[in-house]
Design a protein around this ligand. Structure first.
Ligand SMILES: [Zn+2]
Length: 326
């Protein structure tokens, strides 16, 4: 690990020499962004499914499999026993130099991913007693940034369904998405989206990976709405097979049986308990789940079955098994 950090440090210096516009955390402006979290993962997927019958077929098959997986996960049949370390490539495609995130920001994001997946995040103790029985504990997935790339480009706002920031022509093409989790950091996304991800059944496609709006990336200002690096935790949740816990429709399902059904997305910093009603039943919502839309400081847990689901995707039987072979 130390050797790796030294390598990244050297890369950082070389990168700084090449590009004097790289900034540090003190220069980040966090005033000019939309106040509500908005993730474009589901909408962008809908667009892809509409434009590709082949992908639509794969998706339909996968939905059926997902239900079977959920049943098997419940009975503990598919759990992977070893910790999988996912190698990560960070692609910084920026126009405004303030969004050319520093190596410190990149490493802070790696640390947040590792802490939250290990359930050692500083605020894990805030999980209410009601939800303690279903908390994830140690999810056996870790992340290591093995390289980062930077490119200054003219575009400031990108469309999630076009993925142009992932092309050689306009941005930075993915480094082998069969082997690496690619994360793109961009100035802004259309409709003030905070980020989006592809899903496991799309593993290895040219656009496979996670996109994060720069102001949401890494640890910045702990008092800011998005200063704790949790947008990437949410998007990596999608990358590893999780859905929004309200299922992207009123009282929908995320196919995870230990997250309470929730009517709609929940935003901001709700007080506990926060109630939601579906089919005439009133429940306490798991507002603090990473797959909700609350502010960074109000999201701090995955459930056990969300963890199992993500472990399954990187197990030998999952869509993302090839991430293990590095
Ligand atoms: Zn999302």
């Amino acid at each position: 690990m130390k050797k790796r950090n030294l390598l990244l440090f050297i890369l950082s210096i070389l990168s700084s020499c090449r590009n004097e516009e790289q900034t540090d955390m003190s220069q980040i402006e966090i005033s000019s962004f939309n106040l509500e979290r908005k993730c474009s993962s589901s909408e962008a997927l809908e667009q892809r499914l509409r434009s590709s019958p082949e992908l639509k077929n794969m998706y339909t098959k996968d939905l059926h499999e997902e239900e079977l997986i959920e049943k098997n996960l419940e009975s503990g049949k598919l759990i992977n026993n070893e910790t999988v370390v996912i190698p990560v490539i960070v692609n910084v495609v920026y126009s405004n130099p303030v969004n050319n995130v520093s190596i410190d920001r990149i490493l802070s994001q790696e640390e947040v991913l590792n802490n939250t997946f290990a359930s050692t995040n500083f605020d894990i103790g805030k999980i209410p007693n009601l939800f303690k029985p279903v908390k994830a504990g140690n999810i056996k997935i870790r992340f290591t940034v093995v390289d980062f790339k930077r490119r200054k480009v003219p575009a400031q706002i990108w469309q999630a369904d076009k993925n142009l920031m992932k092309t050689e022509q306009y941005g930075i093409a993915a480094t082998n998405p069969n082997k690496y989790l690619n994360i793109w950091v961009v100035d802004n996304l259309d409709q003030s989206s905070t980020g989006y991800s592809s899903f496991p059944f799309e593993h290895g496609r040219w656009y496979d990976g996670v996109v994060i709006r720069a102001v949401n990336f890494g640890v910045t200002n702990k008092n800011a709405m998005y200063g704790l690096g949790r947008t990437a935790v949410h998007e990596v949740g999608h990358y590893l097979g999780l859905k929004h816990i309200w299922g992207d429709t009123a009282c929908g399902t995320d196919n995870i049986n230990d997250t309470p059904q929730q009517k709609n997305a929940i935003y901001g910093n709700p007080n506990f308990p926060f109630y939601t009603s579906c089919g005439g039943t009133r429940r306490v919502a798991m507002t603090m789940n990473f797959m909700n839309y609350v502010d960074d400081r109000s999201m701090y847990m995955f459930t056990r079955n969300q963890g199992n689901r993500m472990e399954y995707e990187v197990s030998a039987r999952g869509h993302r098994s090839s991430l293990r072979k590095n």
